[in-house]
Design a protein around this ligand. Structure first.
Ligand SMILES: C[S@@+](CC[C@H](N)C(=O)[O-])C[C@H]1O[C@@H](n2cnc3c(N)ncnc32)[C@H](O)[C@@H]1O
Length: 206
């Protein structure tokens, strides 16, 4: 089935060849369109889930996420595979938001099929205005738009002890695509390859 080849082609063959950031919005749209198509095909969704295992496992270790954490995921998409893997692998309480109402509806259907509707909560909300005071860990995913505003809101509403996992690509100078240094310190980072080259940064409040 052609759909099975699409994520491999888009994210592993094409993605790493693009200059960091230059085609980010194109890749973001590819992810969204792919998720909306794949949501209806269990076999494709399973393959997509497998592709995320490496990055989510590394992020769990990076931020030492455990079952006592309340985790907020910003940008869950129609196939909320990051929230799903975080919940399954850590038993943490996971709350995920998306600013696309249809993505939230489709995401809920996906979680219901996986029998995880009660383990993870999904909400229609934009990360740029979402109060983050109830969470111990916040995961800002690669496809999130308006990231400057999202980080500005987080810095104002989150608990000082929060660990942020910021999934991004680094520029050639080793810095992230947006300037986060006025609010956050990067404590550690990890690189993953299963979705193309992506860096996950562990940020704490300054
Ligand atoms: C982040 S990716 C999906 C990630 C993937 N499903 C996963 O589990 O890792 C794309 C999603 O982010 C959502 N999104 C983009 N910007 C957002 C924002 N500022 N707040 C909340 N959701 C956002 C989009 O609507 C889209 O559904």
């Amino acid at each position: 089935m052609l759909l099975l080849f699409i994520p491999h082609f888009m994210f592993k063959m094409i993605g790493p060849k693009l200059h960091p950031g230059s085609f980010k919005h194109v890749m973001d749209v590819c992810f969204i369109v792919f998720e909306k198509m794949a949501e209806n095909f269990d076999v494709v969704a399973s393959l997509y889930l497998e592709m995320y295992e490496e990055i989510v496992e590394k992020e769990i270790a990076l931020a030492a996420i455990s079952d006592s954490d309340r985790v907020l995921v910003i940008g869950c998409g129609s196939l909320p595979v990051t929230p799903l893997l975080l919940s399954m692998k850590t038993k943490a309480q996971v709350h995920a938001i998306d600013c696309d109402e249809k993505a939230v509806t489709d995401g809920l259907k996906f979680l219901t099929r996986k029998n995880l509707k009660d383990a993870i909560t999904l909400e229609y909300a934009d990360g740029s205005g979402f109060p983050a005071g109830n969470f111990d860990v916040i995961v800002v995913l690669y496809g999130v738009r308006g990231q400057e505003l999202v980080f500005d809101t987080l810095s104002k509403t989150m608990k000082p002890s929060v660990r942020i996992v910021y999934r991004t690509v680094l520029k050639n100078d080793g810095k992230p695509l947006i300037n986060i240094s006025s609010f956050f310190t990067m404590k550690d980072s990890v690189r993953s390859y299963s979705l193309g080259v992506l860096d996950s940064l562990l940020l704490v409040k300054k």
